[in-house]
Design a protein around this ligand. Structure first.
Ligand SMILES: [Zn+2]
Ligand SMILES: [Zn+2]
Length: 84
């Protein structure tokens, strides 16, 4: 359960930073830099490691149910609706 604790700590921090909605707290809110692969907290405008813009890496929400999804997901894991 150690990993889970870590994840929830990350989520808690991100929620505090963003004043995020309940939907955001339900999903792992860590984004990966597409240039260097570094993990960044949600809400960073640029990568903490390499400075690349993070706009495209930010998660979005499902238009159908509001579940937070990443751009890598083609189908909503919550309601199975096609996202793009
Ligand atoms: Zn980077
Ligand atoms: Zn959905």
């Amino acid at each position: 359960m150690q990993l889970n604790d870590k994840i929830w700590k990350i989520i808690d921090r991100a929620v505090v930073t963003l004043g995020a909605s309940h939907a955001l707290s339900e999903k792992l809110t860590r984004i990966t830099c597409e240039y260097c692969g570094a993990a960044n907290p949600l809400g960073e405008a640029s990568c903490l490691a390499c400075g690349a813009p993070m706009g495209d890496a930010h998660p979005t929400t499902c238009g159908n149910c509001g579940f937070v999804v990443t751009l890598e997901e083609a189908i909503c894991p919550n309601c199975s609706k096609k996202l793009y």
